[in-house]
Design a protein around this ligand. Sequence first.
Ligand code: ARG
Length: 223
Amino acid sequence: KFRIAFIDGDRWKLYLQGLGVTIQIAVFAAILGVVIGTVIALMKMSTTRTGKRTIFSYLAQAYIDIIRGTPSVLQLLIMWFIVMSSSKNGVLVAVLTFGINSGAYVSEIMRAGIQAVDHGQMEAGRSLGLSKAQTMRYIILPQAIKNVLPPIGNEFIVLLKETAIVGYVSLSDLTRVASQVTSRTYEAFMPLIGAAVIYFIIIKILSKLLERLERRLRKGDHR
Ligand code: ARG
């Protein structure tokens, strides 16, 4: 059974290709998600001189509400069949969809991370003559990075598994490959459990690395 699921006809190559698609989408979407998320978080927190919310703040809120308020499968289908229906590049469509999706979640992570930095830090920066933007860039954000690392790691793990829905738009990621092998060989157990084990191992390695990175960043940080 193992042979049927993985060896015959070089099936293991299919899983590798599938894993490649999965990782490629997750990595690029995560990068896009962090960029979008940071911008959206700053937009959402922006205020006018008199302390009122800006138009950007409302726009950011609308984006977060829409993305979080609809299922990611639907967002993927809408992107594939409506927004980018002329694109033949499924991976690109998936990267954009997941990047935009992740951005909404990341923005809330970033906002929490920034707001967890002590107020005194902004006051200190301002009283040293830095502008609001400079203080944000050189004093607040570097400290916020430590705060957001664990939830960002979590977000990447969610993203990696969430890509399992790209089979809906005919991409052959790891999950799709496994189900295709199942339908071709009438063998369910090995392909599906095999795919699950591959995800598990990748994510286990990833969380170990994250743990180590976190520990290194906390070094010399006695709080
Ligand atoms: N599958 C859920 C949805 O359809 C969860 C998405 C979570 N995404 C994330 N990047 N944290 O909305």
